[in-house]
Design a binder for this molecule. Structure first.
Ligand SMILES: NC(=O)c1ccc[n+]([C@@H]2O[C@H](COP(=O)([O-])OP(=O)(O)OC[C@H]3O[C@@H](n4cnc5c(N)ncnc54)[C@H](O)[C@@H]3O)[C@@H](O)[C@H]2O)c1
Length: 323
């Protein structure tokens, strides 16, 4: 049995609890600052609340951080110092230096640490990565991605305060930045434009273009201004072909009745990307092996996002920092 102590019973805390509930070899407890949220969460998931982070930390084998982004660093360092395996919601930290600090501390302490870059665990994005890596499109030359929907708010509205969340580039586009780096290699230069980056507050729409060390180029479209619902898409073109995915066209099974159309993907509950991600983390904790996403991967995703943010603010081309 692996004992997981989750901190932050908000949006992602609930998504994670849904996955732990499917794992008979995991016991979950949690700490949440807001008493009403804590009560609702304990009842919904039938899990025991802890009175304090310290109490949770003493009890658990692994810590799962689902706090607002600007609170990741301190708890992450505390978990590592206590020798607890660490699953950290993305972005790993609010700054590149903090994200590197977490990666280095975990490495020095030989503690398993995994930033939750969940897009690597979406079956279509994972398959797309594997296909590109295996040469299905030949030499990859271009890529484009789209991600977004309506603006999130979070407890107290922290997402729309970019000093806390990093805005759309650090909070949302980071998913595509990580997938592109994982799939096409290191990024040489970034050029960004955004509606709200300079203001640092509120919903945003951003366009980011990249050059990679390999010579490939890419662009990422990110929106918190799409009222029609969440959508993701990617396309990779190379010397031998093209791969494309659009979440609105992914459906293979559709039932239509006079008053509604229902769509289902042919996936089982264990194909849920959040399940696959958390299961991969728990498996490495149990087996004493290395998590599939490293602390340095998390730090590089933060680096690219912050380069895009700086470019969107200054209009200049920016090279992402490397550790
Ligand atoms: N992987 C994804 O798809 C995805 C999606 C959304 C958010 N996220 C990330 O997950 C993290 C959490 O986002 P969220 O949407 O769950 O936010 P949220 O605001 O819904 O939840 C955060 C929770 O933490 C609690 N909290 C705040 N300070 C606390 C403290 N000091 N101690 C204990 N609890 C505290 C809040 O009361 C709230 O319940 C963020 O880093 C965000 O970027 C990831």
């Amino acid at each position: 049995m692996t004992r997981v102590g989750l901190v932050g019973a908000g949006g992602m805390g609930n998504v994670h609890a849904r996955q732990y509930a499917k794992m008979p070899d995991v016991e979950l407890r949690f700490y949440e600052l807001d008493p009403e949220r804590a009560k609702a969460y304990a009842e919904r998931w039938q899990v025991q609340p802890s009175e304090s982070v310290d109490g949770l930390m003493t009890w658990c084998d692994a810590v799962d951080v689902c706090l607002p982004t600007d609170l990741h660093l301190d708890l992450g360092l505390e978990a590592i110092a206590a020798g607890k395996a660490l699953l950290m919601e993305k972005p790993a930290a609010r700054t590149f230096e903090d994200a590197c600090g977490l990666a280095k501390a975990a490495e020095d302490a030989a503690v398993p640490y995994m930033p939750a870059q969940v897009v690597r665990f979406f079956p279509e994005f994972a398959k797309g990565h594997d296909l590109v890596e295996s040469g299905a499109v030949g030499r990859a030359a271009t890529a484009r991605t789209h991600r977004g929907g309506g603006a999130p708010s979070g407890a107290g509205g922290w997402f729309m305060d970019h000093t806390r969340s990093g805005g759309i580039l650090l909070d949302l586009a980071i998913h595509d930045f990580d997938w592109l780096r994982w799939t096409l290699g290191e990024v040489t230069a970034v050029n960004g434009r955004s509606v709200a980056a300079k203001k640092g507050i509120g919903p945003d729409y951003a366009l980011t273009t990249f050059s990679f060390d390999s010579g490939a180029i890419a662009h990422v479209e990110s929106t918190w201004m799409d009222p029609s619902g969440f959508r993701t898409a990617f396309e990779v073109c190379g010397s031998e072909g093209m791969i494309e995915f659009d979440s609105r066209r992914a459906t293979t099974l559709r039932t239509s009745q006079p008053d509604k159309t229902a769509s289902e993907a042919p996936l089982s509950s264990t194909d849920d990307p959040y399940y696959r991600q958390i299961r991969a983390f728990i498996d490495t904790v149990q087996a004493g092996t290395t998590p599939p996403v490293s602390g340095w991967d998390g730090a590089m995703a933060v680096s690219i996002a912050l380069a895009a943010l700086e470019s969107a603010k200054t209009g200049q081309t920016v090279a992402p920092k490397r550790p």
